[in-house]
Design a protein around this ligand. Structure first.
Ligand SMILES: [Zn+2]
Ligand SMILES: [Zn+2]
Length: 305
């Protein structure tokens, strides 16, 4: 996460986006600022050491997420601070029903963290979020209130995962490129750091070579990794006839990469057509409108390959 890059992208989008998109971006800007501050505190406290080359090779060769082999040690106090501040921000700014906002504010985050399995959070963060969300919702059942606990949990945990992703980034990129050069094996479908699935992708500059390639982005830990240009990021098919891009007329920078083989799609930014500073965090929010598009039949896939 790079708050300067985020702000450059936000400034550029002020010219082109409508009021509701701008309001959503402002909401997320508040959460990103909290996450950036948390990440800075974690790095200042000593942060994550660089993983060894042997460990990264093991991850790459076995297609095992780094956290499964070398779990992150979660800082419980920092996590509680983030849960409280993210919950307060979401309660005040997400436009929730009053009862939901109250449920977020009333949640005893420290007790929830104390009760939860933090070793699981460091090893398999997606599962920890699911389990803890169930626990938080269960605690609220008596009062009949429901609230977006999952969003708060994911936001609060991300800086701790991102600290690992940052420390491992260069090594993982080199290990993946070396593996491809030596064995020509397909790239990883899941996030090489935390095992999450891709939330979005871009077509544009890549680390391994000159010219255009494709990168995928994990919203859980902030990692991005290189991926084949013509391949489904969900099922892994290379079947060119089953893969299509389509987009809203007049906005060719944002497209859905659709796979007929498994019926999923990935929101994808074409960086050269964006013509403004790029941030995966910002694009992830801006492209939410494409989710609606994916379900509207009047749009037929636009063949690009
Ligand atoms: Zn990840
Ligand atoms: Zn597929």
């Amino acid at each position: 996460m790079d708050l300067h890059q985020i702000d450059s992208a936000l400034e550029a989008y002020q010219q082109t986006l409508g009021t509701s998109d701008k309001a959503r971006l402002e909401f997320f800007r508040g959460l990103w600022a909290l996450q950036q501050a948390s990440l800075t505190r974690l790095v200042e406290r000593g942060g994550e050491g660089l993983p060894s080359t042997a460990l990264l090779r093991e991850c790459q060769e076995g297609r095992v997420p780094l956290l499964l082999l070398a779990p992150a040690v979660i800082d419980a106090d920092e996590l509680v601070v983030m849960l409280e501040s993210c919950a307060a921000w979401v309660a005040a700014n997400a436009g929730l029903a009053a009862t939901s906002a109250e449920a977020l504010k009333a949640c005893d985050w420290r007790a929830l963290v104390a009760k939860s399995d933090l070793a699981l959070a460091g090893r398999d963060p997606g599962s920890w979020i699911e389990e803890t969300e169930r626990e938080a919702a269960f605690a609220q059942t008596a009062s009949g209130q429901s609230a977006p606990f999952g969003i708060v949990l994911a936001c609060a945990l991300r800086p701790q995962l991102e600290a690992v992703a940052l420390a491992a980034h260069d090594g993982l990129t080199q290990a993946a490129s070396a593996d491809e050069a030596a064995h020509g094996r397909p790239r990883a479908l899941r996030c090489p750091v935390c095992g999450g699935s891709a939330a979005a992708g871009y077509v544009g500059p890549v680390p391994s070579r000159d010219g255009s390639g494709r990168m995928l982005y994990c919203a859980l830990c902030g990692c991005s990794w290189e991926f084949e240009r013509i391949r489904c990021a969900c099922c892994g098919t290379h079947n060119q006839g089953k893969l299509h891009y389509f987009h809203i007329e007049g906005d060719s920078a944002h497209r859905l990469h659709l796979c007929d083989e498994c019926g999923t799609y990935l929101r994808t930014t074409f960086v050269t057509e964006l013509a403004m500073p790029f941030s995966f965090e910002v694009e992830d929010v801006v492209m939410a409108r494409l989710d609606k598009l994916a379900h509207e039949e009047r749009f037929s896939p636009q063949r690009k390959h």
